[in-house]
Design a protein around this ligand. Structure first.
Ligand SMILES: [Zn+2]
Length: 126
């Protein structure tokens, strides 16, 4: 992607916004999880529902945590001046990809290799 100051500022804004959303969502997920443990389950069916809800909240939280780490890592790359480059092969990430996923650390080629298990993800961003 073209690394003009104006585009970087735009992405930084979007990333900071996303970071805020994720932090707020995580905070409310934790609250929900805590309040659902306080509620006493009445019978086996209620217990199953409560267990399922807790599991759902947990997996949502895990997903948001993972994305929050990616967003923070992307902001760190902006600060370093390496934003927009793939952290694995160091080539520029396609502008459409950055547009759709501003927090992505990988170009499409590396992403595919990692998903297929043919390349190791970078520990610092995974
Ligand atoms: Zn790459």
């Amino acid at each position: 992607m073209a690394k003009t100051e104006a585009t970087i500022v735009q992405y930084e804004k979007r990333l900071r916004q996303r970071q805020k959303e994720l932090e707020q969502a995580l905070a409310s997920t934790v609250e929900q999880a805590l309040s659902s443990t306080v509620t006493e389950a009445q019978d086996v069916a209620d217990q199953a529902v409560a267990g399922y809800q807790k599991e759902m909240l947990f997996s949502q939280g895990t997903e948001r945590n993972a994305q929050l780490r990616l967003v923070r890592a992307a902001l760190a790359r902006i600060a370093e001046g390496t934003y927009g480059d793939c952290v694995r092969c160091y080539r520029a990430i396609g502008v459409k990809r950055v547009e759709a996923l501003p927090w992505t650390p990988y170009c499409i080629d590396c992403q595919e290799l990692i998903e297929k298990g043919e390349a190791e993800p970078r520990a610092s961003v995974a």
